[in-house]
Write a protein that binds this ligand. Structure first.
Ligand code: THU
Length: 120
């Protein structure tokens, strides 16, 4: 299942709008009820305004009513950045699948990706 989701993320990455970095990222979320939400990175000439693929996918899920705990897994074509790790932790994914720096597709929990984080 995670591998399938990862392949889907690879397939949609070409839709990224990344004219500044040319780094196209795709992310696909699967909710516990089976719904799928896709996201790609969207850059901007004002660089900090860009949004990562995984945050775009999670924002779509939230817009459709999903809340923390409703999202089972996410697959991303890149290793999630620090800020996105905080988002993945917030939404309590069971599993995050991504291609790591060694080029392997691995699955991790949000807590493994962001150890000893704070709770509000
Ligand atoms: N990027 C993502 O979409 N997800 C990540 O977790 C890593 C970085 C995007 C942001 C930016 O558009 C480009 O990759 C280069 O950093």
């Amino acid at each position: 299942m995670s591998r399938e989701l990862y392949e889907r993320a690879v397939a949609i990455a070409e839709r990224a709008y990344a004219p500044y970095s040319s780094f196209h990222v795709g992310a696909v979320v699967r909710a516990r009820d089976g719904r799928i939400f896709e996201g790609v990175n969207v850059e901007n000439a004002s660089y900090p305004l860009g949004i990562c693929a995984e945050r775009a996918a999670v924002a779509r899920a939230v817009g459709e009513g999903c809340r923390p705990g409703d999202l089972e897994e996410i697959a991303i074509t890149a290793s999630p950045c620090g800020g996105c790790r905080q988002w993945l932790y917030e939404f309590k994914f069971d599993r995050v699948t991504f291609k790591n720096a060694e080029g392997e597709v691995v699955s991790r929990t949000p807590a493994e990706l962001l150890p000893e984080t704070f709770e509000l």
